[in-house]
Write a protein that binds this ligand. Structure first.
Ligand code: IMP
Length: 180
């Protein structure tokens, strides 16, 4: 528990667990993308901490860009629609694109983003997600593939390590369950 938020947060994944998994993902990505100079597309805002750690552990050159999607507003429930608030500035045509997500929940955001990126005719598009919450996946997105996954998490709201609730908690270095 944190002193400033008594009774609300419980550690789900410690910073050591997270860092260990990030190192393993970076090793896999470095091996698979050697000599391909992939374009890593971070999904703002939640993935920026994960992307920054992942990036510094890669041993093959990459370039970085960002998108920002809107769907959650300021609560824990999705509004059911996605809008592109910021698009990549880099042309994706012919590039090996790796989407870097914080968490896949219903699958709506990721599905929307993959459709959007594919219209730009990249050489390939794959997904790296720190967290997956498969219990919440909408059946129409059951086929969504996460090529590089950090952890599977239970059907609960998680915060910290870039993930927020109403813009709070992003700064925490561990990942916490936010208890109602
Ligand atoms: P989806 O479109 O329902 O898959 O939602 C994906 C996005 O919702 C993520 O990129 C997060 O921004 C947000 N999200 C979903 N679950 C959580 C959570 O447990 N904590 C924080 N953000 C979440």
């Amino acid at each position: 528990m944190l002193a400033s938020q008594p009774g609300k947060l419980r550690v789900l994944l410690s910073r050591q667990q997270v860092q260990g998994r990030v190192a393993a993902l970076a090793a896999d990505i470095s091996r698979d993308y050697r000599d391909k100079r992939p374009l890593l597309v971070g999904v703002l805002k939640g993935s920026f901490v994960f992307l920054a750690d992942l990036l510094r552990r890669l041993t093959t050159p990459v370039t970085i860009d960002f998108v920002r999607l809107g769907s959650y507003g300021l609560g824990t429930m999705t509004s059911g629609k996605v809008e592109l608030l910021l698009d990549v500035a880099t042309p994706v045509k012919g590039r090996h694109v790796l989407v870097v997500e914080d968490i896949v929940d219903s699958g709506l955001s990721l599905s929307y983003l993959l459709g959007h990126l594919r219209r730009g005719e990249p050489a390939s598009v794959k997904v790296c997600a720190l967290l997956d919450k498969p219990a919440r996946r909408q059946s129409r997105f059951a086929g969504l593939a996460i090529d590089y996954l950090g952890f599977t998490v239970p059907d609960a709201f998680v915060v910290g390590y870039g993930l927020d609730f109403a813009e709070d908690y992003r700064y925490l270095p561990d990942i916490y369950l936010l208890e109602p």
